[in-house]
Design a protein around this ligand. Structure first.
Ligand code: PHE
Length: 342
């Protein structure tokens, strides 16, 4: 019977082709060509009906045998190919544990925060506590309670940013915190008040409408000007180095009497005079003075009983002097190339 020869040929062809099939796709198209709807074996199965009753069982049996053989070969080859695919995948996905890890950038504290922390640490070491107050202040705390009534000429020295609400402004200094603390505490008071201050300034290398201050206040029995000077000397040496000198120049602030501006000997030239100190050998670092008796009375303290000193410094200015930064705007631009240096 020629059909039996045909089946034998199909079997051999299947065996050979399946053996060399090199991909799962190829194997699938081979399956279709033998066992699919129009596949070689399917065609023969369909034609069984045309055979005589004698031929039918013989051919039927052979066809089934060949079909099972092809199916078996397909499964064997499929397993082989699948394991090859897996092997290749594993090879490709191999992890090179000798590669160095990826470095994630680690953030750090902003230079201004670092300086505030440094100043704070120095004064905590001297027994001071940290106090904070609101940035949106009332005229009362920012000016009136600090011996600066509405008609006081010193008010116009501060370029104040007012809100639309009458009597409410952005604090021009952190000095109002002094008043808020004294109102609530009996002397002795030893505090520093770090925080933001605002002034109506156009940004330039040395001005910014927002900047940071640290205010200090000591009120106790028998506080003298000598205490102020000694405290500031300790601070200047800890902040800028032990060989720094401090000098006080007479100045005016409404809330202190007498008032001084405090200079530290130039850390660049040691006092000889250079570009940083404009040839004078000294750099101004803060304002200070003995708390005006009016300020003490305003919060209910007895100026005959207690006295005090206060000082206030610009954090940006301290940072600029310490690190030779020549433009205050660099602190707010958040350029990592700048920030990462500190
Ligand atoms: N508040 C002052 C300023 O902002 C600084 C200062 C504080 C001066 C305390 C004297 C005493 O300029």
């Amino acid at each position: 019977m020629p059909v039996l020869n045909e089946l034998e040929k199909i079997k051999k062809e299947g065996k050979d082709k399946i053996f060399i099939a090199s991909s799962l796709e190829e194997l699938e198209s081979l399956r279709v060509s033998f066992l699919g709807k129009k596949g070689k074996i399917t065609v023969i199965l369909k034609s069984l009906g045309n055979l005589s009753s004698k031929e039918k069982p013989v051919v039927g049996k052979k066809t089934n045998e060949v079909r099972q053989f092809i199916e078996g070969e397909l499964i064997k080859r499929k397993k082989k190919l699948e394991s090859k695919v897996l092997e290749r995948k594993l090879e490709e996905e191999v992890i090179d544990i000798t590669l160095p890890g990826r470095c994630f950038p680690v953030g750090k504290r902003h230079l201004i925060t670092q300086i505030i922390d440094e100043i704070t640490d120095i004064f905590i070491g001297l027994g001071y506590k940290v106090a904070e107050g609101p940035e949106v202040e009332t005229e009362y705390y920012n000016f009136d309670a600090l011996n600066t009534p509405a008609d006081h000429p010193a008010r116009s020295l501060m370029d104040t940013l007012y809100t639309q609400k009458d009597g409410v402004l952005l604090r021009t200094h952190t000095s109002p915190v002094q008043v808020r603390v004294m109102e609530k505490t009996l002397p002795p008071v030893y505090i520093i008040a770090p925080g933001k201050a605002y002034r109506r300034d156009v940004p330039d290398p040395s001005h910014s409408p927002m900047f940071h201050q640290v205010e200090g206040l000591a009120v106790d029995k028998k506080i003298t000007f000598g205490d102020l000077k000694g405290t500031l000397e300790v601070f200047a040496k800890k902040m800028f180095g032990t060989d720094r000198d401090v000098r006080l120049r007479p100045h005016f602030f409404p809330f202190t009497e007498p008032s001084v501006e405090v200079d530290v000997s130039c850390m660049m030239c040691g006092g000889k005079g250079c570009r940083v100190c404009s040839g004078v050998g000294w750099l101004e670092i803060l304002g200070a003075g003995m708390v005006d008796p009016n300020v003490l009375s305003e919060v209910g303290y007895d100026p005959e009983e207690v006295s005090g000193f206060a000082f206030g410094m610009g954090v940006e200015r301290i940072a600029m002097l310490k690190y030779g930064v020549n433009d205050i705007r660099l602190f707010y631009e958040n350029d990592l190339r700048f920030l990462e240096q500190f």
